[in-house]
Structures are given as C-alpha cells and as structure tokens.
Design a protein around this ligand. Sequence first.
Ligand code: ZN
Length: 324
Amino acid sequence: MSFASTNDLAEKTVTFTELGRGLYAYTAEGDPNSGVIVGPDGVVVVDAQATPVMARDVQAKIATVTPLPVRQIVLSHYHAVRVLGASGYPAHAIICSEATRALIVERGRQDMESEIGRFPRLFRGRESIPGLTWPTHTFAQRMTLWLGEREAQVIHIGRSHTAGDTVVWLPEERVLFAGDTVEFGATPYCGDAHFADWPATLAAIRELGPEKLVPGRGAALLTKSDVAEALHQTESYVTDLFALARQAVAKGWTLKQLYDEAMAALRPKYGHWVIFEHCMPFNVSRAYDEASGIAHPRIWTAERDLEMWAALEKGAPMKSAEAG
Ligand SMILES: [Zn+2]
C-alpha cells in the first residue's frame, strides 16, 4: 500500500523572487510556497513550511536580503505542510483566522499524522517538529499589520481550500499572498474544501485587483495576465470536478464510479499539473461528500486515507464511508 506520492522523492529547486521593495516569494517548483515581507524592524513570513528544518532554508534566503529576524508568521490555513515549521523562527506572533484555529483544535492532530503519511518528502527533518502549531493572535474577518508606513492586510477571504482560508494583501504594492486558494500549474488539493464557495472566494480576490500574486504552489505570478490565468485555472478545475460530483450524486453513482469518470474527464485537461494523481482521490471524495449534502468536511485520519485509497485505486469496498 502506498499513496501516489509516498515514493515521490525528488527534491525541488527553490526560487526566491523579488515582487517589490521588501516583498519576496519563496517558491519550490510546485511544493508549498512561503511569502516574505521585510518590515523596518523585522520580517513577516506567510506560511511557515512543514518543519523547523525547512524553516531554516527560508531564513537562509531571507538573510541574503536583510539581517532582520522573522518576527511574525501568518498562516494561510491549518494544513500541517504550511504550519508545522513555525517553531523554527524567532517569531513572537503567529497569526491566523479564528476559523483556522478552530480547525487546528478540531483536527490538527489527525491532519498532521495523515499529511506526513501521505507525502513524507514534504516533511524533511520531521523529527524537528515539536508538535502542533498554535496561533498567538486570531481575527474574525481581517486585521492590519503596520510595518512602519507599509500596510499589510490579513484577510479571511472566504471558504475555498479550507474553511479558514486567509490571504495577505499589500494594497499599495497590489501584491497578494494567496495561500492554496489559488494554484498555478499545480492541482488544487480539495480534500477539506468547500467547492460551492470557492468561485465566490476567487471573485473576492479579483475584486482586490492584485497585479502580482504568490499562489500556494507554483511560480510567483508577476503580471496581471498571469494572475488572471491562475485564478481562471483554479476556478476551472474546482468547478469542473464539482459539476461531475453533482452529476454523480444525481445519478446515484458510487464514489468509485465518480472517481473513474473524473480521472477520465479531467486528466486530459489537468493531468500535467503537479500532484494531480496524488490529489484526485482526496478531491473526488470530498466533492462527492459535498454534493451529497455533507457541509462540514469529514476529518482525514491515517486510517481513513488508507481505506479510501484502497477503495478507489483497487476497487475494494468502503467499509465505513460515513465514519471519521
Ligand atoms: Zn493546504
């Protein structure tokens, strides 16, 4: 038994791209990205990376542009691969939405075990993880970080990739750190998603009018047309998959029937994106649940991962589809 990505071992090349004065994208060829904002007294990092060891790599890039330490971390959402590196920074504030904190309380532990089991390469140095990452500051809808005269708005933009999705918006520079609400050349992970809400959340991002955007995965987008393309790609994928799921439920298909249909329909269009094979079983499972009326995404556990994977990849029956 192994997931599509259990044996994905190729290390990615990191790129550190300047987006504007003191604004940088730390990207890794489709592995999870981080954002960097250099303030007058310290640095803000958007998404901490998966482990404290990996956080050191982010700080090594930051050290090439400023001697200032990382003082604040903003979490775009609760997923282990984004948050568990937080203790590797000398930060005095870890900021996330109230909805994200609620998800850490509810399912952070299970998510950590599930994510590490699914994709061990993404947790380099995982013995350095001290436990869950807890925020020091939360907000309901938005808060503003003032970095000297620079304004960075931290906005719970709406539900999409998770229920707590948060972006960081630099209104003066028109730069957006989008988290996994927007992907570019990478398959959106939808295992904890709210499909029906995702298009409106993308519309809220378009409303802000970003001219440069750092997606959750994929290269930094440095032109308005590339930003528009990433928003379009993400919307196209989630709406295509959810339309298939609604059709499946209306016709009384099994999860396995939907999976086979979705793979056949979506692979020609999106199969070249990174982590397509990895994401599809989880994405199809959640799309099927949401189309069936399950509003609150079911918690993934290491056990549920394996059972779902066996059912979809090998056609084994789902023993406890409603469990967990
Ligand atoms: Zn995520």
